[in-house]
Each structure stands twice: as structure tokens, then as C-alpha cells.
Design a protein around this ligand. Structure first.
Ligand code: NAD
Ligand code: IPM
Ligand code: MN
Length: 359
């Protein structure tokens, strides 16, 4: 049995999750996956139900699950509560408590969507980048962090950006391993011209590189990387970077693929355990309207089958079904283009289900 915990979350989370679960159920029948689903709340939904964004019992369920599928968390309803109880804190806690340090964010342009990108088709056509983001360290978790009032009455706050060499080494290994099964090119992105943590990062990545002589390693400052990503994104194969830079660069890279609604992710521990979620958030501006793009979540199901369960045929089939639906010209609003048919969240999910059944 494959025990999968479903956490729909907030905003568009439940809408996109319903479609992803439909697809997962069809894949389960078709490929005899032996999937068993359980459901719980995370984020704002958990705060409303349990008074905390991640309840102990939910964390325990996540610990015993083989994999977790997450929608998205957060929203204006919870933006003004005690910061320690914000929905996002639940997400950070589950990542940290489960040791999900390796975040894979593939930015792949489906050729059918070349016109949906805000960049020229020739800049993005054939794009296939993997961003490997460190997910349980750095400025997101660094201590001390504090907000206080100075003697002169001024408010001040600070965060800390720490990395230990073991934290850098393990994420670098993930990135080099990924580069080995792709195009053997790795770009490590940092701010080593300014930050001590980045100087250590660069040193350790160089050390790890000695075990991967076939991989061509380069280093780039994050400001230049942001520019290069829109100037000539196809120069990249695998990018490895820290928690915050990876957060920002992956949203930026998503627009190369047409929409943030297309970017799935895997957050992995040192073994096969993983949490899978779209890179986007709870999109409060479109929540409840039935217009959100469910493909990032559906593609996250594919990543789950690939990385946690090694169900390669089923994972490939879901990706193929998504591609077939795009061939049919069906588009949610975020990827809409001339001559295509605009559909809602449910219709898009139904179309992927139909395509998958017919494969
Ligand atoms: P967002 O990703 O939710 O939305 C940014 C823009 O992209 C919005 O215009 C939204 O409508 C659009 N968008 C996002 N997903 C889409 C989809 N599937 N289909 C179509 N359009 C889509 O980012 P935000 O507005 O900065 O954040 C909103 C909330 O989500 C905040 O509370 C934030 O903390 C949270 N958030 C959560 C996660 C997560 O759970 N992993 C990730 C990012 C942001
Ligand atoms: C993401 C999100 C989260 C992050 C937030 C909601 C904590 O933006 O998954 O990309 O910054 O990691
Ligand atoms: Mn983000």
C-alpha cells in the first residue's frame, strides 16, 4: 500500500487538489498503484480547525505517510494573526520536521505554451531547467531572529542567514546527482561577493564537485542569475541555490513556462519520503471562482509517483495526458492564447482524466 496524505490547504488549494486527486485515482486504477488516501488540514484551514497551522496529529500523520500532496496555504484572512500562527508557519514546520531539504522545481516549457510566456517564443522554446532549492535552512529558519524596540523608541527587526557545510553538501549532492541524469551542467547561484554564508556555500559546492568530474560546474551571483534567466534561460540545465534565492528564482522561472500555474515541485528527504506541491500559492485573488490552473498540482502527482514510488510509467502517463490536453487547445485563463478554448479548473481536470484513461 502507498499511504498518501492529502492536505488541500487554503484559497485555491481545495479546488486544484480536487482535480489532482481525480487524476491520482485514475492513475491508481490504470496502473494498479495500491494508493490509499487520507486527508487533513494545513495552514489557515488548520488554524481554523485546530487553532494552530500544523496540529501535532497532522504532523504525526505526515510522518507515517509514504508521501504528502499539498495544495497551497495562506490568505488575507490570516495575514494579521500572531505571526507564529500564520498558515505559512505550518508549511515551514512540516518541511523542517520531516527533513525535506531537497526541493526540486522543474521549469519545463510545454511546446504548446510557447505563446503563453511573456518572453519571446525563441527565447523559451525547448526550455527545460531544474531549480534545486535548499528548503530547510538559511534565512527562513536562522536564529536569532527578532523584532524589538530600540532605546530610542525606533522599531527594528533582523533575520539570520546561516548554513553549515553539511547542509550545503547534501543539497549540492542532490543537484549534482540530478545534473548527472540530465545534461551534466550545474550552475550554483549565490551572493558570495557579499555574504559569508555564500562564500562557504561556494567552497563546499566546489568540494562536492570533485566527486562529479563529468559535471560542468559554474557559479553565478544571484542578481546576474535573475537577469540571465530572462535574457537567455536555455543556458541553464540544473541550478542549485539557497532557500530564499530559490524561492524567488523559481517564481521568475515559472513565467518562462507560461504561468506559475504550470510549475510543480517535490520536497525530498534523504530517502524516498517527499511532499509534493505546486510552486504557486493560494491565489486569494481568484479563489472560489473555479478558474485556477490545476496542472501544477497534477504534475506534482506525477513527480510523487516518480520520486517517492518509482512508478515511472504512471508518472510519464500523467505528463503525457497533460500534453494531450494542451494539444486539444484547452487553456485556463493564466495560459490562454488566441485560438484556444478557455476552460475552468474542473474542466481542465476532467480533460486530463479523460486523456489519461484513453492512453
Ligand atoms: P500566489 O502564487 O498565490 O499568486 C500570485 C499570482 O499568480 C496571483 O495573481 C494568482 O492568481 C496567480 N496564480 C497562482 N496560482 C495560480 C494558478 N494555479 N492558476 C492561475 N493563476 C494562479 O502568490 P501570492 O499572491 O504572493 O500569495 C498568496 C498567498 O499564498 C500568501 O498567503 C502566500 O504566503 C501564500 N503562498 C503559499 C505557497 C505555498 O503554499 N506553497 C506558495 C506561495 C505563496
Ligand atoms: C513557496 C512559498 C513558501 C516559501 C511560503 C508560503 C512559506 O512561497 O513554497 O514557494 O517561501 O517557501
Ligand atoms: Mn514561493
Amino acid at each position: 500500500m502507498k499511504n498518501i496524505l492529502i492536505l488541500p490547504g487554503d484559497g485555491i488549494g481545495p479546488e486544484i487538489m480536487a482535480e489532482a486527486v481525480k487524476v491520482l485515482n485514475v492513475a491508481n486504477d490504470k496502473f494498479d498503484l495500491g494508493v490509499e488516501l487520507s486527508h487533513d488540514d494545513l495552514g489557515g484551514a488548520a488554524y481554523d480547525r485546530y487553532g494552530v497551522p500544523l496540529a501535532d496529529e497532522t504532523l504525526e500523520r505526515a510522518r507515517v505517510a509514504d508521501a504528502i500532496l499539498l495544495g497551497a496555504v495562506g490568505g488575507p484572512k490570516w495575514d494579521t494573526i500572531d505571526p507564529a500562527l500564520r498558515p505559512e508557519r505550518g508549511l515551514l514546520k512540516i518541511r523542517s520536521q520531516l527533513g525535506l531539504f531537497g526541493n526540486l522545481r522543474p521549469a519545463l516549457l510545454y511546446p504548446q505554451l510557447a505563446a503563453a510566456s511573456t518572453l519571446k517564443p525563441e527565447v523559451v522554446s525547448g526550455l527545460d531547467i531544474l531549480i534545486v532549492r535548499e528548503l530547510t535552512g538559511g534565512i527562513y529558519f536562522g536564529q536569532p531572529r527578532e523584532r524589538k524596540v530600540l532605546d530610542n523608541g525606533e522599531r527594528m527587526a533582523y533575520d539570520t542567514l546561516p548554513y553549515s557545510e553539511s547542509e550545503v553538501r547534501r543539497i549540492a549532492k542532490v543537484a549534482f546527482d540530478m545534473a548527472m541524469v540530465r545534461n551534466k551542467k550545474l550552475c550554483s547561484v549565490d551572493k558570495a561577493n557579499v555574504l559569508a554564508s555564500s562564500q562557504l556555500w561556494r567552497e563546499v559546492v566546489e568540494e562536492v564537485a570533485r566527486d562529479y568530474p563529468e559535471v560542468e560546474l559554474s557559479h553565478m551571483y544571484v542578481d546576474n542569475a535573475a537577469m540571465q534567466l530572462v535574457r537567455a534561460p536555455k543556458q541553464f540545465d540544473v541550478i542549485v541555490t539557497d532557500n530564499m534565492f530559490g524561492d524567488i528564482l523559481s517564481d521568475q522561472a515559472s513565467m518562462l513556462t507560461g504561468s506559475i500555474g504550470m510549475l510543480p515541485s517535490a520536497s525530498l528527504d534523504a530517502g524516498n519520503k517527499g511532499m509534493y506541491e505546486p510552486c504557486h500559492g493560494s491565489a486569494p485573488d481568484i479563489a472560489g471562482q473555479g478558474v485556477a490552473n490545476p496542472l501544477a498540482t497534477i504534475l506534482s502527482v506525477s513527480m510523487m509517483l516518480r520520486y517517492s514510488f518509482n512508478e515511472v510509467a504512471a508518472a510519464d502517463a500523467i505528463e503525457q495526458a497533460v500534453s494531450l490536453v494542451l494539444d486539444q487547445g484547452l487553456r485556463t485563463g493564466d495560459i490562454m492564447a488566441e485560438g484556444c478554448q478557455k476552460v475552468g479548473t474542473v474542466q481542465m481536470g476532467d480533460a486530463v482524466v479523460a486523456a489519461l484513461k484513453n492512453l
